[in-house]
Design a protein around this ligand. Structure first.
Ligand SMILES: CC(C)(COP(=O)(O)OP(=O)(O)OC[C@H]1O[C@@H](n2cnc3c(N)ncnc32)[C@H](O)[C@@H]1OP(=O)(O)O)[C@@H](O)C(=O)NCCC(=O)NCCS
Length: 174
């Protein structure tokens, strides 16, 4: 279900190599240590192990624009979906794009066999923690000094049971 706004739509779709310039630009303004382009390229090549999606803003008389992306590692021998990165372009935040993108990505992971999800988040990143708690993620541990750039601790959050009905509600409401 696209996120519909007054003058256009945000459409979710698989990321492609052609998106990389825009994806990397969003990453650079979103994280102290962004992923290099080659890291995204590598994930795109690992089709069976990585789910890479983009959210694209489409409006009449405008070129489509990538406004968010997500990469999820599928660790299916462990029944796990590991959220590797998620970012929304600053001017498009607080409109439900991350919620819809994460919910839709987790639905796809569940359909491919994942039963639980996990991620690490910076201790200072309250916005992201609030997003994840809305999904039912819980803090289960602290990885001391996990982020090498600032030596900040990483909070390990897990969602013990992926529930398709709840994810569908979150995707719809986002
Ligand atoms: C975190 C981030 C992905 C959220 O994206 P977003 O599209 O703005 O989030 P949404 O609009 O879908 O918000 C969904 C929920 O997340 C929480 N949330 C999102 N941004 C928030 C903020 N700035 N403050 C408080 N809560 C926030 C809220 O619970 C919100 O639900 P609500 O609108 O009903 O209150 C975005 O701020 C971002 O790209 N940040 C930089 C990169 C980053 O931190 N990524 C996560 C790494 S772990």
């Amino acid at each position: 279900m696209p996120v519909t706004q007054s003058e256009g739509d945000v459409v979710l779709r698989p990321m492609t190599i052609a998106d990389l310039g825009q994806v990397v630009a969003i990453d650079r303004i979103s994280f102290p240590t962004p992923w290099p382009e080659d890291a995204f390229r590598y994930e795109l090549e690992r089709k069976h192990r990585s789910l890479c999606w983009a959210a694209e803003w489409r409006a009449p008389a405008e070129d489509p624009e990538v406004v968010a992306s997500i990469v999820v590692w599928l660790v299916l021998e462990e029944d796990e979906a590991h959220i590797a990165t998620l970012a929304v372009k600053p001017g498009y935040r607080r409109q439900g794009i991350a919620q819809t993108l994460l919910a839709r990505a987790l639905i796809e992971c569940t359909q491919r066999g994942a039963k639980q999800a996990l991620l690490e988040v910076r201790e200072s990143n309250q916005a992201a923690q609030k997003l994840y708690r809305k999904f039912g993620f819980e803090s289960v541990g602290l990885r001391r000094g996990y982020y090498q750039d600032t030596h900040e601790d990483g909070i390990l959050m897990t969602l013990a049971s992926l529930d398709l009905d709840k994810l569908a509600d979150l995707a719809e409401a986002g």
